[in-house]
Design a binder for this molecule. Structure first.
Ligand SMILES: [Zn+2]
Length: 242
């Protein structure tokens, strides 16, 4: 039987979509984008990964349009659990989010216990805007330290590192320029390190071939568990529209 995990990963990189492959007794292949933005691929039991990826590449524009539509729709309907008075994960740890009108928004660390402060009475949009700014700043410092460390041991050096706002990928590597989404700061440090190693490895290997994964595994033997936890986090981010 097929193990579609790798194919799903590949498709995620192309479309940015959370993807599920459903094999069944059928003759044709069909693509669906669910209301929550998940790309569902229904296909024959024996269809090769190559054929599936080829179709996804051909239909990439169509998929992007459908996902956009689903996002707009779901944005109105999801229950939002991260809010002032609640908590938000930072490096894998749930940290309180507190409203304040005494000082400007930001973060405070008390013996490693992080607290986030946002202005009082914000709209959802403005609230996330403040969280994003705080995260970007905090995360950039941590990222740079860890990238330096892994660059040295992997002997792979990026030209530029940026914290961006991508919704559907944790990191990317173009040439020697690495970008990581601020949302990655919600993951645990181990998972963050995996994404760093993944993108650094792309400086050397521009695909997800055997050599690429060998390189990743060399520096992160438990990378599969990290991927699993990142998938879980992606669900939360999607469900809560963060
Ligand atoms: Zn990759």
């Amino acid at each position: 039987m097929f193990n579609d995990n790798e194919t799903v990963r590949e498709i995620c990189e192309i479309t940015g979509a959370h993807t599920e492959i459903k094999r069944a007794v059928r003759k044709t292949i069909a693509l669906y984008v669910r209301g929550n933005g998940t790309l569902e691929i229904r296909c024959p039991k024996s269809l090769s990964a190559k054929a599936i990826i080829k179709l996804v590449q051909e239909k990439a524009d169509w998929i992007a349009k459908k996902i956009n539509k689903a996002e707009k729709y779901s944005g109105r309907h999801y229950i939002k659990q991260v809010h002032p008075g609640g908590s938000i994960p930072f490096l894998g740890k749930d940290c309180p989010v507190i409203e304040t009108d005494i000082f400007a928004y930001g973060a405070k660390s008390n013996y490693g216990d992080m607290k986030f402060y946002v202005s009082k009475g914000l709209s959802r949009e403005k609230f996330l805007e403040q969280i994003k700014e705080i995260y970007k700043k905090l995360f950039a410092e941590i990222l740079n330290d860890h990238i330096k460390y892994f660059s040295n041991i992997m002997d792979l050096y990026p030209q530029n590192v940026r914290v961006g706002t991508a919704r559907r990928s944790w990191g990317s590597c173009k040439g020697k320029n690495l970008t990581f989404t601020w949302r990655l700061a919600m993951a645990d440090m181990d998972a963050v390190d995996y994404v760093i190693i993944h993108e650094l490895a792309h400086i050397k290997h521009k695909n997800h071939g055997k050599l690429f994964w060998k390189e990743v595994e060399k520096y992160k033997p438990d990378y599969k568990e990290c991927k699993y936890r990142l998938d879980e986090l992606a669900h939360k981010i999607e469900a809560e529209n963060l």
